[in-house]
Every structure is written in C-alpha cells, then in structure tokens.
Write a protein that binds this ligand. Structure first.
Ligand SMILES: NC(=O)c1ccc[n+]([C@@H]2O[C@H](COP(=O)([O-])OP(=O)(O)OC[C@H]3O[C@@H](n4cnc5c(N)ncnc54)[C@H](O)[C@@H]3O)[C@@H](O)[C@H]2O)c1
Length: 391
C-alpha cells in the first residue's frame, strides 16, 4: 500500500479484517506500506498492521513477494504509480478519483487493458457502492421496482474549509488534486448514481465557485508560491472549486441534479441520493447507512408511504458475513467489502468493479462539468468510455 494517512488507515483496517469476515479463496498478507518519511512510515506500519515498510513506492513494485499494489496517495501520483505497477504485473486497487485529468485516466485505462491480457485486475475505490443499502438500491432498481427512472437527486456536502484561515492543503491545489469538491466528493455521487441506476450521464450544465481565493500556506508546504496578505501572513492561491453544482441528463431519460460542496455549514459528510421512478422512489442517506427508504406506488393508495428498510438481513448484500439482523455496521465496512470483491475477483480471474473504464467515465463527467462552468454553464455533452464486458 502506498500512503498511510486517511485512506491508508481505512484500507489497512479493511485488509486486516477481510479474511476474518469473509471466507475467501486467497489469504491477504499485508506485506509492506510505503511513505516518504521513514520515522512516520515505520510507526504507521506498526500501528496499521503491515509486516514492513519502504520509503519509495518503486521498492514495492520491484518485490517478487508482492502481488497487489493499493494506491492511497493524492491524485497527482495515481497514474505514475499505477502504470508502473501494472507494467510489473501487479494487480492494482487505486483510490478515487482515478486521476487528475482525462488524459491520465485514459493512460491508466490503456495500461489496465494491456495488463488484463495477462490476467491482471484493477479496481478504482468508489467504496460507497459497497455500502449494503446502496448495493440493495441497485438491485431493486435493476429488478424494476422503480419502473422508469425520472429523477436523480444527489448531494455530497461537507463544511471543513468554511474557515478562511483553514490552510492551503493538497486538496485545495489543482496540480495535486485535479479539482476541488467536484472531483473529491462530486466524483462519488457521479459514480454512485450511475451505478445504482445503471445509466450514464450524457450531458451536463455546471457551475463552480471558489469562495475563499487565498489561504495560509502550511509550514510543511513552504515550497509553494506565496505572497503576503495584509497581516504579513504567507498565503497562496486556492486553485480548485470550493463547490460545484450541475444538472444532467441520463442515458435512460432521467434528469438529474448534483451538488458537491465544502461550504455546506453543518454538513460533515452528507451524502444523499434520491431516485424517483414511475413505480416508486428510493432514498439513501449515508448518515443512516443501514437504512433504505422505499416508496412503493404499486401498493393500494391507503397503504402508500415511505417505508424504512433496515438493511441488516442476511439476504441483503454483504450482510450474511456480519452480525445478526438489526446489529448495524458502519463506514469502514464499505472498504472491507471492496477488498472482499477485489480478492474474490483476483482468485476467480474476473474483473472487479468499478473498472478503470468506469472510473474514466466519472472523469469525463468531471471534465464536462468544468468545461460547462467555464463557458457560462453551457450545455456540454459527456464523452462516453468504451466499457468492456467483464470476463
Ligand atoms: N474512497 C473514499 O471515500 C476516499 C476518502 C478520502 C480520500 N480518498 C482518496 O484517497 C486518496 C488519498 O486521500 P487521503 O484522504 O488518504 O489523503 P491523505 O493526505 O490523508 O494521505 C495521503 C498519503 O499519501 C502519502 N503520499 C503522497 N505522495 C506520496 C508519494 N509520492 N509516495 C508515497 N506516499 C505519498 C502521504 O504522505 C499520505 O500518507 C485520494 O485520491 C483521495 O481522493 C478516497
């Protein structure tokens, strides 16, 4: 695994638990973690349960005893690490968004397609697909329970940078992160809604805004181009969006609204998706991730109303591995489920999802939203990736 901070910790927990929760044909060995600071990565290896550590990701790729590379770094290194790992015959799990640009994402898709010829598997980490209630939403829509989809309404809202003194961290720099709220959290709802509906976004009209344009430079990033503000504080330019909203059309005829913001005061990690169809509606809210709200319009009028499905039954996706009905699970389980599906796919010689092609599809939507926003919200068609049929 490369990177050991937020996602590094979440992925480590999942790698640690996956063989304990699920019966799998392969056993995971957590061989080594990579970080650039030796003291910190050695401490992280110990804390997170890795057998060893290295300070250059190329050392991981050169090792014969390592089969999988898990990329948990910011977007500016996804393409380089992933393409090198695939060329060396390693299976790759790469965090979302796949890359910082469509060009990089395309290069990763090409590398994955070439590696697939030799049985090498790839997955991009859109983990919310693997929250059981979200997976159930997809199953119910695929089974026709909502009929024809009319509306998709998706928001992903946070508030962690509302303070203008919050520093210019990597997520606020275009060259490191690609984009701001759009690519970081908007990417999740783009992927999730395309996944649950089975439809693709075909066109968008977008608006982006950067509310706070300069921020203090953190001391560990003193290499950034800085100027001084009125208080003599070293500040740098915020080069990504703080918030993005867009409307969209989906391939099955639905119209959609999306909102991604880091300025939604009071919303900490508020991901909510509502789908309205001709036969009913479904609502998923990450803050109540063990539940799915279902409005079934085929019931007699006197019995209609939103029902709460408690998604903890062994019949529900992934849940037979966990606790008795009603014993809820959490955020971290989505990552364990991701590792489970990845390991299973590697063992069976199948392609896990989301493929890099699907993740390129998300990247193409991000690019279209940015292009639209830069041209007065003009309607912008979304180029479509060629999605291969899984083996
Ligand atoms: N799936 C999700 O829900 C989710 C949530 C948060 C972040 N992410 C994604 O995960 C990735 C990492 O985000 P994060 O929140 O963990 O960031 P973070 O800042 O918490 O951690 C990044 C880690 O990468 C390391 N790193 C950076 N460049 C490196 C290099 N060249 N070699 C070795 N290590 C390097 C840093 O030292 C740090 O350990 C991003 O792509 C982000 O979009 C996904």
């Amino acid at each position: 695994m490369v990177g050991y901070a937020f996602m590094g910790a979440a992925h480590s927990q999942a790698w640690r638990t996956v063989n304990r929760a699920f019966d799998l044909p392969l056993r995971v060995r957590m061989a080594a973690v990579c970080g650039r600071d030796e003291a910190k990565v050695s401490e992280a290896a110990d804390k997170l349960g890795w057998d060893g550590y290295v300070t250059d990701w190329r050392e991981l790729i050169a090792r014969d005893d390592i089969d999988v590379i898990d990329v948990c770094t910011p977007g500016d290194s996804h393409a380089e690490i992933t393409i090198a790992a695939l060329a060396a015959g390693k299976h790759v799990m790469c965090e979302k968004p796949l890359a910082n640009s469509v060009a990089e994402a395309r290069a990763m898709v090409d590398a994955a397609a070439a590696a697939r010829e030799s049985g090498i598997r790839t997955l991009c980490g859109f983990n919310y697909r693997r929250v059981p209630a979200a997976a159930l939403m997809r199953q119910m829509i695929a089974a026709g329970r909502l009929g024809v989809i009319r509306h998709v309404r998706a928001v992903y809202l946070q508030d962690w940078i509302t303070d203008p003194q919050f520093p210019l961290v990597w997520r606020l720099q275009q060259e490191r992160a690609g984009s701001g709220a759009l690519g970081d959290i908007g990417a999740h709802i783009i992927d999730l809604t395309q996944y649950v509906t089975g439809q693709r976004i075909t066109g968008v009209s977008g608006l982006t805004e950067t509310f706070i344009k300069e921020r203090p430079i953190p001391s560990e990033m003193s290499g950034l181009a800085a100027s001084a503000n009125g208080d003599g504080q070293a500040v740098g330019q915020v080069t990504v969006d703080d918030a993005a909203v867009f409307t969209a059309r989906l391939s099955g005829g639905a119209i959609a609204t999306y909102e991604a913001s880091r300025f939604a005061m009071g919303r900490k990690n508020g991901l909510r998706v509502e789908i309205n169809g001709s036969l009913g509606s479904l609502v998923f809210d990450l803050e109540r991730l063990n539940e799915l709200e279902f409005y079934d319009a085929t019931k007699p009028a006197a019995e209609q109303g939103f029902n709460r499905i408690l998604v903890t039954e062994p019949e529900h996706p992934y849940l037979s591995a966990w606790w008795p009905p009603g014993h809820i699970i959490g955020y971290e389980h989505s990552f364990t489920h991701q590792m489970r599906d990845f390991v299973q796919a590697v063992a069976e010689g199948l392609d896990p999802h989301p493929s890099f092609e699907e993740a390129l599809g998300v990247q193409l939507v991000l690019e279209a939203v940015q292009q639209s926003a830069a041209s007065g919200s003009a309607w912008t068609q979304v180029a479509q990736p060629a999605i291969p049929v899984a083996a």
